[in-house]
Design a protein around this ligand. Sequence first.
Ligand SMILES: *[C@@H]1O[C@H](CO)[C@@H](O)[C@H](O)[C@H]1NC(C)=O
Ligand SMILES: *[C@@H]1O[C@H](CO)[C@@H](O)[C@H](O)[C@H]1NC(C)=O
Ligand SMILES: *[C@@H]1O[C@H](CO)[C@@H](O)[C@H](O)[C@H]1NC(C)=O
Ligand SMILES: *[C@@H]1O[C@H](CO)[C@@H](O)[C@H](O)[C@H]1NC(C)=O
Ligand SMILES: *[C@@H]1O[C@H](CO)[C@@H](O)[C@H](O)[C@H]1NC(C)=O
Ligand SMILES: *[C@@H]1O[C@H](CO)[C@@H](O)[C@H](O)[C@H]1NC(C)=O
Ligand SMILES: *[C@@H]1O[C@H](CO)[C@@H](O)[C@H](O)[C@H]1NC(C)=O
Ligand SMILES: *[C@@H]1O[C@H](CO)[C@@H](O)[C@H](O)[C@H]1NC(C)=O
Ligand SMILES: *[C@@H]1O[C@H](CO)[C@@H](O)[C@H](O)[C@H]1NC(C)=O
Ligand SMILES: [Cu+2]
Length: 562
Amino acid sequence: MPSCIKILLFFFISSARFTNSEAWGRHHVFFVKEASYTRLCETKTILTVNERFPGPTLYVHEGDTIYVKVHNNGRYNITIHWHGVKQPRNPWSDGPEYITQCSIQPGDSFNYKIIFSSEIGTLWWHAHSDWSRATVHGAIIVYPKHGITYPFPEPYQEVPIIFGEWWKEDIMEVLEEFVASGGAPRDSDAYTINGQPGDLYPCSKQDTFKLNVKYGKRYLLRMVNAAMNEIFFFAIANHSLTIVGADGGYTKPVTKEYAVIAPGQTLDCLLEATQAAGGSYYMAARAYSTAFGIPFDNTTTTAILEYDNGSNLPTTIPFPSLPFYNDSSAAFDFLISLKSPGPLLFPLNKYDMQIYSTVSVNAFPCQNNSCAGPNDTRLAASMNNISFVSQFIDILEAYYYNINGVFGTRFPSVPPLFFNFTSTNLPSILLTPKRATEVRVIEYNSIIEVVFQGTNLVAGIDHPMHLHGFDFYILGWGFGNFDKNNDPLKYNLVDPPHRNTVIVPINGWVAIRFKAHNPGVWFMHCHLERHLTWGMETVFIVKNGKEAQERILPPPQHMPRC
Ligand SMILES: *[C@@H]1O[C@H](CO)[C@@H](O)[C@H](O)[C@H]1NC(C)=O
Ligand SMILES: *[C@@H]1O[C@H](CO)[C@@H](O)[C@H](O)[C@H]1NC(C)=O
Ligand SMILES: *[C@@H]1O[C@H](CO)[C@@H](O)[C@H](O)[C@H]1NC(C)=O
Ligand SMILES: *[C@@H]1O[C@H](CO)[C@@H](O)[C@H](O)[C@H]1NC(C)=O
Ligand SMILES: *[C@@H]1O[C@H](CO)[C@@H](O)[C@H](O)[C@H]1NC(C)=O
Ligand SMILES: *[C@@H]1O[C@H](CO)[C@@H](O)[C@H](O)[C@H]1NC(C)=O
Ligand SMILES: *[C@@H]1O[C@H](CO)[C@@H](O)[C@H](O)[C@H]1NC(C)=O
Ligand SMILES: *[C@@H]1O[C@H](CO)[C@@H](O)[C@H](O)[C@H]1NC(C)=O
Ligand SMILES: *[C@@H]1O[C@H](CO)[C@@H](O)[C@H](O)[C@H]1NC(C)=O
Ligand SMILES: [Cu+2]
């Protein structure tokens, strides 16, 4: 960090940090219920929390513990996940349906205990059952402890920027149609910024999100990608972004003309209102989508940055330039530049166990009429050729209470079959995965390296892989097949990016390491919702340590029943 920034920060006193007191506090209540919203000229009911879309922002300080009592007043089973909150020893409140809990059924409630530890910056919460997270999500803002300032110049104001994805159809119908067809889900009709599509879509100009700024002031954009199926490029016309945080941790400040944000990821960006002429400027986001020949929602969502003085009559509002929709080098230039500010949280010179896993889209041969995948197949997805199957009870309870027959412990630590994973010409015999519920058991406190290997089965694409219960360092990435002899020589062991969601490049690999000091049952999955539905996931069970404070906490009084 430049020393001028360090000195500067002492001169800025918190101003707007505590203006929104609406969701401070130790106890919160979420009512999950339907509410009516009009977008793209049509009114429909969506599932919300407290009738808000996006849902309420939670404000906490580093290290706080809070409780959120979730009442399910909707029609569907639901669970809520606190994305990026490590929940030390407390997988009971992590949220993923059939992984750490049974769902909260309509009419029931569950009191989540959310234990913050080292997280700082921006995180988020979202539904983790069926596809409800499309509209059931909101930001979590973690401030430094009382009396501690940011390691960057204090912003004048802080603004959540939440990206979403909107379908005209009911999201449960989208999901049912998708599962029944065996093909790809229908594309969304719009992307949104803070719930609004922006004025490139019909009937949206009136409600487009506007950020009013004052010349000379500094703003902290707290960005969350809550979209279901797309990674985004984002930029603001005539303004650069200084990234200072990602996934609930600080980064070394780095100034960029555009950002890349995957579903599951967050970014904290400083924006300086430097246009003395005032006026208005577009901010825009659209898909970063690499799969060749695979359709996707290719629309652009916008919001407007508006100065409070100056010429409010420009004939055209400047539009930012965004990298081309399949520009992987632009995406990875950005991602790899987000270095952790150090010091390292654990030594990176060695690991205790390596898990080398393919992440693949697959296809099952057609067994009924619902086979809209390529060549009359049924699409699926896998890690190390296992397409994960959920059970009738969650893995955590099965593990904790020794219930047999729910899961196996044979998730392979290497691909069961080595082939040229990224070849442009793969035989269709490789397409079919195995359906199973296999987890990987990990020793307490061991250092785990996971190498994700993208494959070109069906079609190569980037995968945002998310690990619950931990943050990790991203040591290296590359296109093609991981070379275990040469690639590790190029790892960044000094200041690697520190995140909870990593993008595996199309037809490439990425290597991460984490320290397994959090006993529990932790989900690991692709954050593209269609891939999650198809089975691109597994579970890590981290064993208890020897000491009492190294063991999973006892379950809360009332867990939802299956
Ligand atoms: C077709 O089979 C798949 C499993 O192979 C199943 O998930 C799906 O529901 C079936 N579709 C219909 C319409 O029966
Ligand atoms: C905004 O950026 C565009 C393209 O880079 C440039 O042509 C234009 O002059 C800039 N406008 C202002 C007000 O700086
Ligand atoms: C997406 O839109 C861009 C223009 O914004 C166009 O150049 C590109 O071909 C489109 N891609 C697809 C796959 O439709
Ligand atoms: C807007 O306000 C700033 C600060 O007061 C001033 O420097 C700038 O010239 C103003 N711009 C216009 C176009 O009036
Ligand atoms: C990106 O898309 C363009 C056309 O839309 C295509 O010509 C080009 O080959 C694609 N690039 C990659 C790396 O797939
Ligand atoms: C793997 O496939 C890629 C893409 O078709 C090709 O460029 C590469 O040479 C192949 N590697 C090997 C070891 O055959
Ligand atoms: C995946 O598993 C299936 C079923 O066991 C097997 O037939 C297939 O060969 C495996 N494919 C790969 C690539 O490991
Ligand atoms: C579909 O069939 C064509 C022609 O046989 C083949 O080239 C292609 O790889 C197949 N795709 C899948 C996903 O099976
Ligand atoms: C809701 O959860 C209960 C208990 O796990 C389960 O029996 C039921 O099938 C679920 N309903 C749906 C629609 O998934
Ligand atoms: Cu994926």
